[in-house]
Write a protein that binds this ligand. Sequence first.
Ligand code: NAD
Ligand code: ZN
Ligand code: ZN
Length: 349
Amino acid sequence: MRALVYHGPGQKTWEEVPEPEIIDDGDVIVRVDATTICGTDLHILKGDVPEVRQGRILGHEAVGTVVDAGEGVQTLASGDRVLVSCISACGTCRFCREGRYGQCLGTGGWILGHKIDGTQAEYVRVPFADTSTYRAPASVTDEEILMLADILPTGYEVGVLKGNVGPGDLVAVVGAGPVGLAAIAGAQLFSPSHIVAIDLSDARLEAAKQLGADVIVNSSRQDPLKVIRDLSGDLTGRLGVDVSIEAVGTPETFEMAVTLVRPGGRIANVGVHGAPATLHLEREWMRDLTITTGLVDTSSIPTLMRLVTSGQIDAKRFITHHFGLDDFEAAYDIFARAADTGALKVVLS
Ligand SMILES: NC(=O)c1ccc[n+]([C@@H]2O[C@H](COP(=O)([O-])OP(=O)(O)OC[C@H]3O[C@@H](n4cnc5c(N)ncnc54)[C@H](O)[C@@H]3O)[C@@H](O)[C@H]2O)c1
Ligand SMILES: [Zn+2]
Ligand SMILES: [Zn+2]
């Protein structure tokens, strides 16, 4: 079969490799019908995730068809159409029993395209298949379902739920990439008073508006704190936001997310950080803040699947480009130059 293989920083090739086989009883082999590229794949290619070994097949998101199942697999059979989650779950460890699959102690967690071969291939082996895949409803397209593998649960769980967004809240989302946009779509489900989207790219801010941001701020030209304080006649606005969601992963944006929040407010960090960020406790110690962090669990997939199926979340809006499954070179190029190309999620199918 063909697969996208990582050969060290900056190097990947679409090449012939052996087809995956069942190794453990709980495995399935899935024929990949649709896959996509994540910002995290770009981090891997930059060399930011050194535990990814040379020779590893990249990718942690897919929708596909089961073609083979191990003897221990109970709920799936050949021919089933499934969503492959970016997080695998052994289903039995202490953390899986709490739905905290991202922290799985039983060799699950984020393993696809990281510790084992991933989904940017014609076929992929998925361990713990009963608890790591989700049946795809017939009424929804592969590419819509694909948005549930990573970005929608990440924005919803690590941003909206950890930030405890509630009715009437003023919410700031720092970073309007696919994950920030997913947080905006998720926050809307809770009837906030305003969602303020902050980014440096006008194209992404336009997408944020389409997905439900009420106020957009290009922080290269405007001071987000001033915009929030000026929100007309709104007492909360003058104090800062109730919840700020950090969806970039830089020291500056984390510090911005802390600055924007009112006393007693909540900061939900979603961004993956590669460098230390400063928490100014000398200023913040008395402001009653709550800061949360997290790796996505994807435990919200069943809920989000219903919201996508019922049309309450329009997953199509996250998709900007389509490619054939063998066209990774062009797809990575378009995705990596998102500021110029306007790319959000690119689908290969
Ligand atoms: N916690 C998790 O489980 C989890 C899961 C998936 C992704 N992530 C992380 O979430 C973050 C967002 O992911 P994404 O795919 O949307 O990334 P992305 O790179 O596509 O989007 C980031 C956005 O931030 C904007 N930005 C950059 N610097 C900025 C600044 N100084 N001020 C305002 N905006 C700025 C960019 O213009 C871009 O639109 C990444 O760090 C990613 O690794 C975390
Ligand atoms: Zn990802
Ligand atoms: Zn587990």
